[in-house]
Ligand binder design. Sequence first.
Ligand code: GLU
Length: 298
Amino acid sequence: MPSSAPPVFRFAPSPNGALHLGHAYSALVNQQICAAIDGTCLLRLEDIDQTRCTPELAQQMLDDLTWLGIDWHGEPRRQSEHFADYRRALQKLRADGLIYPAFMSRGDIRRMLAQEVDASPDENWPRDPDGSPHYPGDERNWSLDQQQAMLSKNQKHSWRLNMAAALQLVPDQLYWREFEESDPAQSRNIPAKPELWGDVVLARSDTPTSYHLAVTVDDALQEVTHVVRGRDLYHATSVHRLLQVLLDLPAPRYHHHDLVIGPDGRKLSKSNGDVSLRALRRNGVDPANIAQHFTFAA
Ligand code: GLU
């Protein structure tokens, strides 16, 4: 991305529950940095999970953001309306031989890992930064004919990135650029470590994309130059950087901000009604004073 490109930010919540103080903080940091460098802020609804993301929750989310005084440019992009874009990206990866259909269910994976642990109790099975085990199946080594034979049986599956094959195609060390809120014009290289994730899921038989694929494709299609999001997504950026290279997409800069926690010191969740923006609104909190409610993780 040429540095002369006009700054474009995006706030990208998932309407699968009520927005809480953590979302408010993220939206406000986006808005503040964006205003400071004369950028444009977009809104994206990450609603690929069509069972949990409902139109009612999406509307409530828009109402909460309006109450908070968050403005965005143009119509929000709803990921559920753009599945063709993600399919296209997936097809490119498939044509390049970088993804494979994986047929083991979560239960199959659990059982297989239990056997592995019984067989070699001293060896830790590798886990990704979110704590999920790396995929233990061997479909990545199957021939295209074998894959096709299973696919034609209409078995449920996910499409996984063949991480080892992908790493062959990129420079030995990939970096992303990280900037700080106080000085968005400066940024530094952070080494990306996509290998920590193993063969990540990029799509499922019933949903043509995963979070990682959709976020990477959309940041490029929306010409986002500055991604501002919580530190909980810091490690995910390694996967996004890898996908940008594999898909020939430009790389935005990133700022991973501190995480807001609850008054009880625990992580905020969408099921915790007390910290929802809707509850604060009902309790008469003035949105101009919302910052008084932020508590940060140490
Ligand atoms: N949709 C994600 C979430 O609500 C955020 C994605 C992103 O900012 O990259 O956690």
